[in-house]
Design a protein around this ligand. Structure first.
Ligand code: KIV
Length: 281
């Protein structure tokens, strides 16, 4: 059974747009966002009515076995974006620009941003940033590449921090984040993503800007809410962030299915007569 999308019919051809998300913000109708990395999952997400999808660089740890998001490349991201777009043609698709793809020359940042839109089929790109990146956001905006500015916990900054911790927890850090948010929206960011930020700080940011704010562990004041899909489905080995809702246990379901298959082989139950091709007369 397919659920009705809250933004538009998931079976209709019309793609969810930025204006749809702005309208939802204006009407205070919250929307669900999930990370997605492949066509099959994107199709099921779409059928579940989740039609704002983020191809996160969490692709690295979640799908490619990397320890962090740092090694993820443009090529890997574009491959994943294309697959998710094919699986969910009507989704609003956000592509995460990987480490190093927007930090060097403005020209290279814009060229890579354009590839997400033209080759990857994305509607928007996400940059982990602060006010120092306002020139990159403005250059993207001039090139018609809509930007979502990611603030708060920035996994690509693990090269500095060595760990993943909530930010904006002191008045000084919260004020800096609010100033960053305003500067990035002023530069042209069309949406914000706040990761691991206290609810009060989020509330102040939501009040300070006029663009949709997506929260990832940022409290209830946001317009949209995103989590990493394998964390939510119980597929991630080990600890997941405390803000993730535990909605399914597919890891254990998969392990049991694999064990069942192995047993069927080892006991000779499979292949059974119904699995065989009979000879033609
Ligand atoms: O890469 C990612 O999945 C993300 C989310 C955690 C927001 O950036």
């Amino acid at each position: 059974m397919s659920a009705q999308s809250q933004l538009g019919s998931s079976s209709s051809a019309r793609r969810v747009s930025l204006d749809d998300l702005r309208a939802r913000k204006a009407d205070r109708r919250r929307f669900a966002v999930l990370t997605s990395y492949d066509a099959t999952t994107a199709r099921w997400q779409s059928q579940g009515g989740v039609d704002v999808l983020l191809v996160g660089d969490s692709l690295g740890p979640c799908m490619l076995g990397y320890e962090s998001t740092v090694p993820v490349t443009m090529e890997q991201m574009l491959l994943a974006c294309g697959a998710v777009r094919r699986g969910a043609p009507a989704a609003y698709l956000i592509g995460d620009m990987p480490f190093g793809s927007y930090h060097n020359r403005l020209h290279d940042a814009v060229k890579n941003g354009l590839s997400f839109i033209a080759e990857g089929g994305c509607d928007c790109v996400k940059l982990e940033c602060d006010a120092r990146m306002a020139d990159v956001v403005a250059a993207m905006d001039r090139a018609n590449v809509p930007v979502m500015a990611h603030l708060g916990l920035l996994p690509q900054r693990v090269t500095y921090t060595g760990n993943y911790k909530a930010t904006g927890r002191t008045e000084e850090s919260a004020s800096r984040m609010i100033a960053d948010a305003k500067a990035l929206v002023q530069a042209g960011a069309v949406m914000l993503l706040l990761e691991a930020v206290p609810a009060d700080t989020t509330q102040r940011i939501v009040e300070a800007v006029n663009v949709p704010v997506i929260g990832c562990g940022a409290g209830p004041a946001c317009d949209g809410f995103v989590v990493v899909t394998p964390d939510m489905l119980g597929l991630t080995p080990g600890k997941v962030p405390k803000f993730v809702p535990k909605i399914a246990n597919l890891g254990e379901a998969m392990r049991d299915a694999f064990a069942n298959y192995r047993e069927q082989i080892e006991t000779g139950q499979y292949p059974a007569p119904e699995h065989l091709y009979p000879m033609k007369k």
